[in-house]
Write a protein that binds this ligand. Structure first.
Ligand SMILES: NC(=O)C1=CN([C@@H]2O[C@H](COP(=O)(O)OP(=O)(O)OC[C@H]3O[C@@H](n4cnc5c(N)ncnc54)[C@H](O)[C@@H]3O)[C@@H](O)[C@H]2O)C=CC1
Ligand SMILES: CC(C)CCC[C@@H](C)[C@H]1CC[C@H]2C3=C(CC[C@]12C)[C@@]1(C)CCC(=O)C[C@@H]1CC3
Length: 344
């Protein structure tokens, strides 16, 4: 009788491993002695110890090839934030179903999903939010809508009897070296002279999470995910556990890179209304001209409300504490973008 070889517990795959978070995760896994397969629609680097599989996660056959002899899978792939509804639905919902099926068929035992704390955010204040907050009934965009469905699918698939265990990590506002979003968008906005204004009264607290802390949370979850462990099938907030005033964070990054901080206050409802109007215009005029407003309703909501989350559950169940403080994280991030410094 042929015996099935039990995959090594130090062999893992990172779906979305070419991305910002994915690559940091791959680097830390290698440090910890894992051998890593990266599955991604693009290959963005080469590293000793990493095998790349280029493919679309909606393609089960392509996934099966990458998951051979793998016991642990991290799923941190997602379309870029500017994608349309159809792509979010195809990749985050249908694609995640395919990932689950491929994991089960290949004998993968543990699946760690990168979800988002935004799955409970509806554009209004969240202070010290816990994981038992209900999913947003009115998510702020299609990205968030499909992240909710994705998280539900992964957590529901957790099956102790069948030996397929799942957990979801919900980070918030990830930043750090090589991030293609937060700092580059901020600098671009500053260079176009649009970072002069504080939206609202500037007192809203938000979580920004250094990428190495997010990686740490993922690895702790993976290593604690065992049969009958209390973490099976649950979501965990992972943040820096140091909520900061949104506009202080933006100012520290801007000043660190040599740009002036925003100084003039604008009422939140006025800016939100204008952002909605601009968004509506961009949709109505899209057959004639294409323009992407900087201040989207989603960004204005994120910039003008409180949204910070409790990591108590992660501390208790995963033994999580951030490994890099916000002060050091901001300094290291600023240093890592010499090309984005103000030239004047
Ligand atoms: N950046 C942030 O502030 C936050 C991100 N997240 C989540 O973290 C995860 C990683 O995000 P980032 O690293 O910032 O994004 P990223 O865009 O840098 O990385 C995503 C990766 O997924 C890959 N990908 C996209 N579609 C694919 C497909 N069909 N098949 C295979 N690969 C595909 C991309 O090529 C890319 O390499 C995502 O799930 C995102 O939703 C959650 C909270 C906050
Ligand atoms: C133009 C300025 C008002 C804002 C510039 C900074 C923003 C680009 C970022 C501030 C908060 C960030 C954030 C995300 C993306 C980048 C920001 C909007 C996410 C939407 C990324 C995906 C998630 O899962 C949630 C994040 C919340 C915070």
């Amino acid at each position: 009788m042929a015996t099935r070889v039990r995959p090594s517990s130090k062999r893992c795959a990172v779906i979305g491993g070419s991305g910002f978070l994915g690559r940091h995760l791959v680097e830390k896994l290698l440090d910890r002695g894992y051998s890593v397969s990266v599955f991604d629609i693009r290959q963005s680097y080469e590293l000793p110890g990493v095998t790349f599989y280029q493919g679309d996660l909606c393609d089960k056959q392509a996934l099966l090839a990458a998951l051979k002899d793998v016991s642990l899978v991290f799923h941190c792939a997602s379309p870029s934030p500017a994608s349309d509804r159809a792509l979010f639905e195809r990749v985050n919902i249908q694609g995640t179903q395919t990932v689950i099926q491929a994991c089960i068929e290949s004998g993968v035992q543990r699946l760690v999903l990168t979800s988002s704390a935004s799955v409970v955010f509806e554009g209004t204040d969240i202070k010290n939010g816990r994981e038992d907050l209900p999913y947003a009934k009115k998510p702020i965009d299609y990205y968030t809508k499909t992240k909710i469905e994705q998280e539900k699918l992964v957590l529901k698939a957790c099956d102790n009897q069948k030996g397929f265990l799942t957990v979801a990590i919900r980070p918030h506002g990830i930043f750090g070296p090589r991030d293609p979003q937060l700092v580059p968008i901020l600098v671009d906005t500053a260079r176009r002279g649009k970072m002069k204004f504080i939206i609202g009264d500037g007192t809203n607290l938000v979580d920004f999470t250094f990428v190495e802390n997010v990686v740490h949370g993922h690895i702790l979850a993976a290593e604690r995910l065992r049969a009958d462990s209390p973490i099976c099938g649950k979501p965990y907030h992972i943040t820096n556990d140091e909520p900061i005033l949104f506009w202080d964070f933006m100012s520290q990054v801007l000043v660190g890179l040599g740009y002036p901080p925003p100084r003039y206050y604008l009422p939140y409802s006025l800016v939100y209304g204008l952002a909605l109007l601009l968004w509506l215009l961009s949709v109505l005029l899209s057959p004639l001209i294409s323009f992407k407003p900087t201040f989207t309703p989603m960004r204005v909501a994120l910039a003008g409300t409180h949204h910070y989350y409790s990591c108590k559950r992660a501390k208790e169940d995963l033994g999580y504490t951030p490994v890099v403080s916000l002060k050091d994280a901001i300094a290291r991030t600023v240093e890592s973008y010499p090309h984005l410094r103000c030239e004047a």
